[in-house]
Design a protein. Sequence first.
Length: 335
Amino acid sequence: MYTSKITGLGHYVPENIVTNDDLSKLMDTNDAWIRERTGIEERRHIKKGDGNSTSVMGVKAATIALERAKLAPSDIDFIVFATLSPDMYFPGGGVQVQDMMGMGTIPALDVRNQCSGFVYAISVADQFVKTGMYKNVLVIGSENHSGGLDFTTRGRSVSVIFGDGAGAAVVSRNESGTGGILSTHLHSEGKHKDQLSLQGPSTEHWVPEIIAENPQEDIPYYPYMNGQFVFKHAIVRFSEVIKEGLAANDMGVEDIDIFIPHQANLRISQFIQKKFQLPDDKVYNNMQKYGNTTAASIPIALSEAWEKGKIKEGDLVVLAAFGSGFTWGSVMIRW
Ligand code: COA
């Protein structure tokens, strides 16, 4: 049995900055409400014509991650692509990345686990590397939320939260023998599927129905979120899955060097930080600048924290996520 290690990180966000004040020109909202409830100050949105899409941003982040891992596209054995906003309903983003990066006929798998997508994707990569089946796996989380949100007042409780961007990690066989991915912990609870969801397009809200009905007030094509319900479950599940990861490795909260939560909402991160009594320098948040980028949020934050020198060799890095499904999970890494 091998162990796996993250050997390269990269991220990309579109240049177009959308502030809270910009959104208040489109809908009945304001900077104070958004900041107070979520901590978000601005986010990035793809601009029509800037060439970006979910898969294109994924390629941009992946190119940086590969350079940092000192690997060529031909060294990658497998792609795991996490998104809830693929360019096409099918096929998924993984095969598009494979094509754009010229990766021959290697396999590509799409992960549909929303805000927990990157944590699930890392876990998948880790298992394939551990068994020896693959040596280098490219893991990508990428989202184009702005392409599908309701920017009228009707959609304000959802649309102010989300932003676009991509992050990538190369998960490689750990040749050094030290550190690496220690463990991953995954969960789901499908009975809450409707609480944070987008119903269409789907086989239940399918093209003939869209064409036949085209009702003025038809909303299944926009995301729905029961914010307070999600908040309450998120803080419980985040806590549980961090404790589960620590217990599995015979570690305590004092062993955490840096905690990188899914960037859902600053209030959720602060709640967890307080609960675990972690000092500010042990928690990395950047949703103030990028909003919630769902599957991309952890790899963007991880890549940015690494760039800023906040992750050092030997550090215990804890990743945790919660999101639609509900799904949640954690990853324990000795850097
Ligand atoms: N701007 C201004 N007012 C808004 C608004 C916006 N963008 N969105 C909603 N409101 C209004 C509501 O209509 C409501 O008005 P009312 O009292 O007149 O009915 C009021 O603000 C309070 O709405 P509510 O939904 O109760 O607010 P909240 O305190 O629960 O905050 C969230 C809303 C979404 C910020 C909060 O519930 C949250 O962060 N939940 C977790 C979401 C999350 O993290 N999702 C991702 C999980 S991966």
